[in-house]
Design a protein around this ligand. Structure first.
Ligand SMILES: [Fe+2]
Length: 300
């Protein structure tokens, strides 16, 4: 039995999962038979509206991954059944967990190409906002891109980087990389900017906002800049970072020695989420005809 972890968020929240039957690595049986018709109905609602959004706003690699996983639109996925598709395709498998798990366990799973997926689904009144990730966020938002070889390598490298960050006092900096590039990342495509972050693509509102709204900053990805930038957990992002390719993201993380960066910046104040620095490179969607530079040196 595992102890209930402290949530790795900046808010003291009472975790809602049942940790009483979790193994030492925080895995549980999904116990798929226990989902009620009402819970499958919540999945159906979320899936139907989000599958339409991703066709318009998601990276092609994400859409392709969603197709390959072939999840049923009308019922919560059986993780073991989907693992029979995911594992041969990517070397990754999903493991069921009760909810958020401690960072060291999370890193260990990723380093072994296991992606933790929360077993419970949100309530009907939480369709648009949820404090903790549920199975819709974890499965629909995260798992499709694990079928992309470069992104899969990045996620494994992230897991391997975890213990080193903990040892070097760099956990907060490393978690910003996950936040901005796994949860809220954008990518350039020949068709214009597209979203691939799971926090975006499991949220109806932010999926359109991150691409369409003139309000947020969209800055070219720079590893050091991301590691130094604070983030918001309870509102749409004020800044999104844009990669050119998943291989760029993997190479930046894999080829960089993070320890000197932790030494230099871990004790310094983070850059505020809405700020644009003179050294930043704003990215304009090629479909944006305004011709105006994005706002600089200014907070929302
Ligand atoms: Fe997530």
């Amino acid at each position: 039995m595992a102890n209930q972890p402290a949530a790795p968020t900046h808010q003291p929240v009472q975790l809602r999962g049942d940790y009483s039957h979790a193994a030492a690595d925080y895995t549980v049986d999904q116990d798929w038979e226990r989902y009620t018709p009402a819970e499958h109905e919540i999945w159906r609602t979320l899936y139907a509206r989000q599958i339409r959004m991703i066709e318009r706003y998601a990276a092609p690699e994400f859409i392709e991954g969603t197709r390959r996983l072939n999840a049923a639109p009308d019922r919560i996925p059986d993780l073991e059944a989907t693992n029979r598709i995911l594992e041969p395709a990517s070397g990754w498998r999903m493991v069921a967990v009760p909810g958020l798990i401690p960072e060291d366990q999370f890193f260990a799973h990723l380093a072994h190409r296991r992606f933790p997926v929360t077993v419970w689904i949100r309530k009907p009144q939480e369709l648009d906002y949820l404090v903790e990730p549920d199975i819709f966020h974890d499965f629909f938002g995260h798992v499709p891109l694990l079928t992309n070889p470069s992104f899969a390598k990045f996620m494994e490298a992230y897991g391997l980087a975890g213990p080193k960050a903990i040892a070097a006092g760099g956990l907060k900096m490393l978690s910003r990389l996950y936040w901005y590039m796994v949860e809220f990342g954008l990518i350039r495509t020949p068709q214009g900017l597209r979203a691939y972050g799971s926090g975006i693509l499991s949220s109806k509102g932010e999926t359109a906002y991150c691409i369409e709204s003139p309000k947020p900053n969209r800055l070219a990805f720079d590893l050091e800049r991301v590691l130094r930038t604070d983030y918001l957990i309870d509102d749409y992002q004020q800044t999104y970072f844009v990669i050119d390719s998943f291989e760029q993201l993997f190479r930046a993380a894999y080829d960089t020695d993070f320890e000197p960066l932790y030494r230099q910046f871990a004790a310094t104040r983070g850059i505020e989420p809405g700020v644009v620095l003179p050294t930043d490179r704003p990215v304009r969607d090629q479909n944006d005809e305004s011709g105006l530079p994005q706002k600089r040196l200014k907070k929302d």
